[in-house]
Write a protein that binds this ligand. Structure first.
Ligand code: CAA
Length: 382
């Protein structure tokens, strides 16, 4: 098992390999994906060619078998170059985690190899128009009819909707049981009755499509249920315990990208006859940014260790890492814009994009207010 204070050689090598791919083949597409609001297919192809599109899939299902720390490092490095592209490995993990945690071997063998090879992506459908933070208040129904379930409802804020071939859909199978009456299913894009809303017009991560998913009398074989009836909500929460670590990693990557750019700029930019990096006011800002970033990274890697081992305190650490790292990323990217002054506010430089992209990490996979609820409940439960 890895020591979070000094990365094993293997993890350092993974970081170098992802960085090389991202510097060469992902970063150059980031501004256009943002500007045009288009999925960065060239970045996907580059990540797929290097096997970084879904690194967490275990080797027995044809995947790279990266552990939770290696997966976090991949997502961090992709986010450093392009936050929207980092949702490719991140959402593939989010979408498939319910299967990995609770799916039958037959379901895993049917779907995971396609994600491992890059033929298909997998999205996660929990939220609804009227069920965001209160996920257990969902209305989507799944009714057993012979040997099939029939699904009806609307899922909202679904990352990579339309691009993904497969969807983990959470739906109510027993309305009287609230969270214990929710079950998880695999739904395929090609299932009759599945359709998508218009892409949301967002502040950031514009290269990653976010759309509603409509389920209109979608009839699927009963064996596409993940786990037992009524266990879906617990599976959804366990999944988020693991994947909040990946959002923390995404936030760390966005912040690192902003700090790296700002560090270069302040040494070049001259005012009052010297580089602005020579002013103590600028140096203090840089020091604070670096300090917060490293604290966020260490907490993220500590949470990744818990995710890999399946420790009991992962729920706490996943929420803490996501909350701390995303707040840090928002502060660091905002300060990076400030360091560039008027230039930082323009699209001639990548920092305004990074600042907009950072904002979502405080919102998705549970707002940071929800993370504080989760942490406080864990603390009080002892
Ligand atoms: N692991 C296992 N089980 C868990 C769990 C966990 N981490 N958390 C809760 N549960 C279980 C509880 O034990 C309980 O089970 P029992 O009834 O058997 O005791 C059940 O789930 C209900 O738990 P709570 O009473 O705590 O549930 P709640 O209704 O109070 O909700 C909440 C708690 C933390 C607020 C939760 O609803 C939550 O996390 N909300 C935020 C949802 C969220 O993160 N959405 C993000 C969507 S994904 C996304 O953003 C997608 C994208 O595409 C980017």
């Amino acid at each position: 098992m890895f020591d979070v204070y000094e990365l094993p050689e293997e993890h350092t090598a993974i970081r170098e390999a992802v960085r090389a791919v991202c510097d060469g083949k992902v970063a150059p597409n980031a501004a256009a994906a943002d500007e045009l609001g288009e999925f960065p297919q060239a970045s996907y192809d580059a990540l797929r060619a290097a096997d970084f599109h879904a690194p967490h899939i275990p080797a027995e299902y044809g995947g790279a078998g990266a552990d939770a720390l290696a997966t976090a490092i991949v997502i961090e490095e992709v986010a450093r170059a392009c936050a929207a592209s980092s949702l490719i490995p991140a959402v593939n993990k989010l979408g498939t985690m319910p299967l990995l945690l609770a799916g039958s071997d037959a379901l895993k063998r049917r779907y995971l190899p396609q994600v491992a090879s890059g033929e298909a992506m997998f999205s996660y459908c929990l939220s609804e128009p009227d069920a965001g933070s209160d996920a257990a208040g969902m209305k989507t129904r799944a009714v057993l009819d012979g040997d099939a379930y029939v699904l009806n409802g609307v899922k909202r804020w679904i990352t990579n909707a339309g691009v993904s071939e497969y969807y983990t859909v959470f739906a109510v199978t027993d309305p009287a049981a609230r969270s214990r009456g929710i079950s998880a299913f695999v739904v395929e894009k090609s299932d009759p009755g599945v359709s998508f809303g218009a892409p949301e017009k967002k502040l950031g991560i514009k290269g990653s499509p976010t759309r509603e998913v409509y389920l209109d009398n979608v009839r699927i074989p009963a064996d596409r249920m993940i786990g037992e009836p009524g266990t879906g909500f617990a599976t959804a929460m366990q999944t988020l315990d693991h994947t909040r670590v990946t959002i923390a990693a995404q936030a760390v990557g966005i912040a690192q990208g902003a700090l790296d750019f700002a560090l270069g700029y302040v040494q070049e930019r001259k005012q009052f006859g010297k580089a602005i990096a020579d002013f103590q006011g600028i140096q203090f800002m840089l020091a604070d940014m670096g300090m917060k970033l490293e604290a966020a990274r260490q907490l993220t890697y500590a949470a990744a260790g818990r995710s890999e081992r399946g420790d009991k305190d992962l729920t706490y650490f996943g929420a803490a890492a996501k909350c701390f790292a995303s707040d840090a990323a928002m502060q660091i990217t905002t300060d990076a814009v400030q360091l560039l002054g008027g230039y930082g506010y323009t699209k001639d430089f990548p920092l305004e994009r990074m600042m907009r992209d950072a904002k979502i990490t405080q919102i998705y996979e549970g707002t940071n207010q929800v993370q504080r609820i989760v942490m406080a409940r864990q603390l009080l439960a002892g």
